[in-house]
Design a protein around this ligand. Structure first.
Ligand SMILES: [Zn+2]
Length: 228
């Protein structure tokens, strides 16, 4: 977890590992004051975050936000909504795709930047475009804009930190476009339902991730139906 993590950012791993959350949810603590994604309702984890003043969420999924009310109780910290989250060198970048409400946060310290990406870019593997809340077209646009952040380290919502946002976003973009081609191909070969497409395109996906693959396929089908 040492790749590109600056000294003013502390990492805490929540004890909620699963096929969807990798090792667990990453909670990032900036200057000891700002907690991004407090994670699940786990007393030890929330206490370990320490006396923060501000709480931010990358998106409204339970593995990122469930602990927020308890963290507020413990610390008196205030949760800032997206439109007010621009604080002291921290800029909000709307990053719809994984979910419609997904945000990234760029921290700039005299030109040294890092980006916190929530589930928009994970430390390992591809992110799921949730259906019906996610949006493939929006995700492609988000990845295109994030692929301009050359050399900016990524602090993701799950998995290890990555050295280069541009490389990570570029890889995900390529992967997503490849999957879209495969889904298109499956439709041409006669797939009729999302289940058919999962069988044909995600045959190598472990069973524990099949449900996620099906959400992803439904989101991709919706995108393909809406485009020429
Ligand atoms: Zn998550």
């Amino acid at each position: 977890m040492s790749v590109g993590v600056p000294g003013y950012v502390r990492h805490l791993l929540a004890p909620n590992p699963s096929p969807m959350t990798l090792e667990g949810t990453n909670t990032w603590i900036i200057d000891g004051r700002v907690a991004v994604d407090p994670g699940p309702l786990d007393e030890d984890h929330l206490r370990a975050i320490g006396p923060v003043e501000i709480i931010l969420r990358t998106h409204n999924h339970v593995d990122h936000v469930e602990g927020i009310p308890r963290l507020v109780e413990l610390t008196g910290a205030q949760e800032l909504p997206a439109e007010k989250a621009d604080v002291e060198g921290l800029t909000v970048i709307p990053s719809p795709g994984h979910t419609r409400d997904s945000l990234s946060f760029v921290i700039d310290r005299r030109g040294d930047r890092v980006i916190l990406t929530g589930d928009t870019i994970l430390g390992r593997g591809s992110s799921v475009v949730m259906w019906p809340d996610g949006d493939v077209g929006a995700y492609l646009s988000t990845l295109r804009s994030l692929s301009e952040l050359v050399g900016v380290p990524v602090l993701p919502g799950h998995g290890p930190a990555l050295p280069d946002c541009a490389a990570a976003a570029g890889w995900l973009l390529e992967h997503r476009l490849e999957r879209l081609e495969q889904v298109r191909g499956a439709l041409e070969r006669g797939a009729e339902t999302a289940e058919d497409v999962v069988e044909m395109v995600y045959a190598d996906t472990p069973l524990s991730l099949r449900v996620a693959a099906e959400w992803s396929v439904r989101a991709q089908l919706e995108y393909l139906r809406g485009s020429p």
